[in-house]
Write a protein that binds this ligand. Structure first.
Ligand code: GUN
Length: 292
């Protein structure tokens, strides 16, 4: 069994990006600038956004964090999105999800200029991905593809089972792994909460990707000997041994499953750092697509 080490792979990507920044600085060219809008104080969202800002600092990208209280009216948020769309110094921006219940997430996503939508959540970018037209691919699916590619995981002709059909992970990932490209060319099964005989289906997977948000859901009996297992789960669970009082738990029972696998991604240190690295790659791309 080998670890699919997202921490190491993401650090390599950050290093490559920092080299690009250094070179651009030498040539007097623009430095990529990412903005992030964070609404409220949800612990997970604050952690993720801080990690994104920190990654920008490490690479040498510029970053701007815009914070609003939970009670921010929808029209104020939409006006900010519009201002960022028009701000020439900002190459790309994200609005961290989830948003409070009184704000229509779809309306906010649709308001983002697709050319600055480095999260790849806008329908234009999702459609471009489907048709293999250049655009932004959602950070978590793109990060998983990068993790597989950079660790030389063979995908061609493999049975891939993805559990979880969210718009930002499972569904786009099913398209990426099924497309006629490398990595890709998998035979993909997109399983979900209504799937019958799930253990049997998972047992046929050469590549098993768990994105359901239920800690320890995937147990050893569901995994084929020698499978590649990617754990997208990041649920906060209580842990009195930690100073914070919590730890991140993946969807896979790591201890039980790992010995059966050829490769497995841990939580933390697997998909999470790759998501952030992909966002950074998309931000550079946003600037390059503008021809700067
Ligand atoms: N919430 C959970 N994952 C993400 C992500 O990748 N981007 C944004 N904007 N919000 C998220």
């Amino acid at each position: 069994m080998q670890i699919l080490d997202g921490k190491v792979t993401a650090a390599q990507i950050r290093l490559e990006l920092s080299e690009v920044v250094k070179e651009r600085k030498l040539q007097g060219k623009k430095i990529p600038h990412l903005a992030a809008i964070l609404v409220g104080n949800d612990g997970g969202s604050v952690t993720y956004v801080n990690a994104k800002v920190k990654a920008c600092e490490e690479i040498g990208f510029e970053s701007t964090l815009i914070r609003y209280d939970d009670s921010v009216p929808e029209d104020i948020l939409l006006a900010k999105v519009q201002a960022l769309n028009e701000d020439k110094s900002i190459d790309g921006f994200i609005v961290q999800l989830p948003l409070p219940a009184h704000i229509d997430e779809q309306k906010v996503t649709l308001a983002i200029d697709p050319k600055k939508d480095v999260d790849g959540f806008h329908p234009m970018n999702l459609g471009n991905m489907l048709l293999d037209i250049p655009g932004f691919i959602c950070a978590t699916p793109a990060g998983i593809m990068e993790l597989l590619e950079r660790n030389n995981i063979e995908t061609e002709g493999k049975n891939c089972v993805i559990i979880g059909r969210s718009n930002i992970v499972g569904t786009p990932l099913s398209l990426l792994l099924g497309r006629n490209k490398s990595p890709g060319n998998c035979t993909v099964t997109l399983a979900h909460s209504r799937t019958q005989h799930l253990a049997e289906i998972c047992g046929n997977a050469d590549i098993l990707i768990a994105a359901i948000g239920q800690p320890g859901f995937i147990t050893a009996d569901m995994v084929k000997e020698g499978a590649v297992v990617v754990d997208v789960g990041t649920t906060r669970i209580e842990d009195p041994t930690k100073i914070s009082g919590w730890r991140l738990a993946g969807d896979v029972d790591f201890e039980g499953v790992a010995p059966k696998t050829s490769f497995i991604s841990p939580v933390p240190g697997g998909v999470g750092p790759m998501t952030i690295a992909s966002l950074m790659m998309n931000t550079l791309k946003a600037m390059e697509l503008k021809g700067k």
